[in-house]
Design a protein around this ligand. Sequence first.
Ligand SMILES: O=c1ccn([C@@H]2O[C@H](COP(=O)(O)O)[C@@H](O)[C@H]2O)c(=O)[nH]1
Length: 231
Amino acid sequence: MTDPKIIVALDYADASSALALAKQLDPKLCKLKIGKELFTAAGPQLVEQLVGLGFPVFLDLKFHDIPNTVAKACEAASKLGVWMLNVHASGGSKMMEAAREGVARSGHSPLLIAVTVLTSMDQAGLQQLGVNTPIEQHVLHLATLAQQSGLDGVVCSAQEAPLLRQNLGSEFCLVTPGIRPADASLDDQSRVVTPPQALAMGSSYLVIGRPITKASDPLAALTLIHQSIQQ
Ligand SMILES: O=c1ccn([C@@H]2O[C@H](COP(=O)(O)O)[C@@H](O)[C@H]2O)c(=O)[nH]1
C-alpha cells in the first residue's frame, strides 16, 4: 500500500467538528494532525478515536520544556498510539535526547521529529529573536542538532528541503507545513510552497490545514490536491 503524503491539520475547536471531517476522509488518502487547539479542547480521547478509525495521527504539540518534563510528555503521548509526535529543536540536544528516551520507555515507536523554524516566521521575525544568520542556515543548524540527538526528522518549510536533503540524507523525515495551492490565501504563513513543488524539493510529508478545512467542500479540496501530486 502507498504511504499517503498529505497530513490534514484538524485545527478545529471541538471533537465533533474534527470527527465529522475525519469520517469523510480515507486513511488511504491522508494522515491526520492534531494540534494544540484541538488537543486542549478534546484531549487524549479524541486522539485514540482517530487512531481507532485507522488514521496515522501526528500529535503536533511541539513540546519545549526542561528535559525531564519533555521526556515524560513524550512517553505519555507515545502511549496514545500516535504515528508521529514532536518537540522544538530550540530546546537543545539534552531536551531532544530526553524526548527520545521518553518515547523508548513508552513501549511504542512513533516517529519523533523536531520543529526547526516555524513556517510563519520570516527573516525579520528571526532577527527579532536575536538570530542573525539566514533562515535556511538556522534551519540546517537546528535540523543537524535534531539528527545528532537521534530524532527521525524535522518540521521545516519545503523551501529548506533541498539543503536539508543534501546535508542530512534521503532517510531523514522532512515534514513541511506552509503548503499552499497556487491560488490559495497565505493566511499567517510566510515560507510557502505548492504541493507538487514541495514533493519535488524533497518533502516527505505535506501538512495542509485551512486550504482543506476551510474549503466549502473539504473532501473535494483534498482530492484535488491529492491528484496534483500524483506522478
Ligand atoms: O512550522 C510550523 C509548524 C507547524 N505548523 C502547523 O501546521 C498547520 C498548518 O496549517 P495551515 O492551515 O495549512 O496553515 C497548523 O496546524 C500549524 O500549527 C505550521 O504551520 N508551521
